[in-house]
Design a protein around this ligand. Structure first.
Ligand SMILES: C[S@@+](CC[C@H](N)C(=O)[O-])C[C@H]1O[C@@H](n2cnc3c(N)ncnc32)[C@H](O)[C@@H]1O
Length: 241
């Protein structure tokens, strides 16, 4: 039986866009590629919805967890785990083989984001779509400033890549313009941009936990609208080949 993915304020705007795309397929099984898909937070629910998902990830541990999750969910036959580097995607995935590519929280850590996006574009069939989730630069500045780390906030603000320095776990962050430029350089057309976690990371946990539905509704209401969208912890871009 088809299961409904668990929607949280951290995933709601992304699932909304994915749901629309799956709806376009009108019941047809899609070939999905999840680059840096990790433990399968999206891959397994997509397989549960009846699609075939290949996860390419650099981490054998993450892929082992993915396989366990897919097995537990009864969809191991629809999930393929491929260990590999996003920078070398072109050698792992056939050209024009995917209907939908997910690239979530990966471009911040790879060596050459433009190469990964070019490989994603090559893997897509004409008319296929990419769901790109990247760390938001403005949110990183605000979060550091609000927490009293004014030097780190200033560094993220001033750094051309939006990185706080050598100890920062992320090598770069994006705003709507820079993420759009990256996709357009690979020949993709951006259809939608949403903010993900506009408020969720700013609220005290007690507030978020008191009324999760209210937070989810607020996140969805603000997701598409500047300036809220642009302050989100992550930016979600949905683009088409
Ligand atoms: C922050 S996690 C995101 C996981 C998943 N996409 C999500 O949104 O929940 C980043 C993932 O990218 C993988 N990763 C990091 N560098 C990579 C690379 N160069 N090529 C492929 N995967 C990579 C990591 O192993 C990890 O699973």
């Amino acid at each position: 039986m088809e299961r409904t993915p668990t929607i949280t304020p951290r995933t709601a705007a992304v699932w909304e866009a994915l749901r629309r795309e799956l709806g376009r397929a009108d019941g047809r099984e899609l070939t999905v590629l999840d680059v840096g898909g990790g433990t399968g937070g999206f891959a397994v629910p997509l397989a549960e919805l009846g699609h075939r998902v290949t996860v390419v990830d650099a981490s054998p541990d993450a892929l082992a967890t993915l396989v366990r999750r897919a097995t537990d969910a009864g969809v191991a036959d629809r999930v393929r785990a491929v260990q590999g580097d996003g920078d070398a995607l072109a050698s792992l995935i056939a050209d024009e083989s995917a209907d939908l590519v997910l690239c979530h929280a990966v471009l911040e850590v790879v060596d050459q984001p433009a190469d990964v996006v070019a490989a994603v574009a090559a893997a897509l069939r004409p008319g296929g779509a990419v769901s790109l989730l990247v760390a938001g630069r403005a949110a990183a500045v605000l979060a550091r400033a609000i927490n009293g780390h004014l030097d780190a906030a200033a560094r993220v603000l001033a750094d051309p890549s939006g990185c706080a320095g050598p100890k920062d776990q992320l090598r770069r962050r994006y705003d709507a313009a820079s993420a759009t430029a990256l996709l357009e350089a690979a020949g993709l057309t951006v259809e939608q941009i949403h903010g993900v976690r506009v408020f969720a990371d700013l609220l005290p946990a007690a507030v978020a936990e008191a009324d999760p539905q209210a937070l989810l509704d607020l996140e969805l209401a603000a997701a598409a609208h500047a300036p809220y969208r642009d302050l989100a912890a992550q930016l979600h871009l949905f683009a088409r080949k």
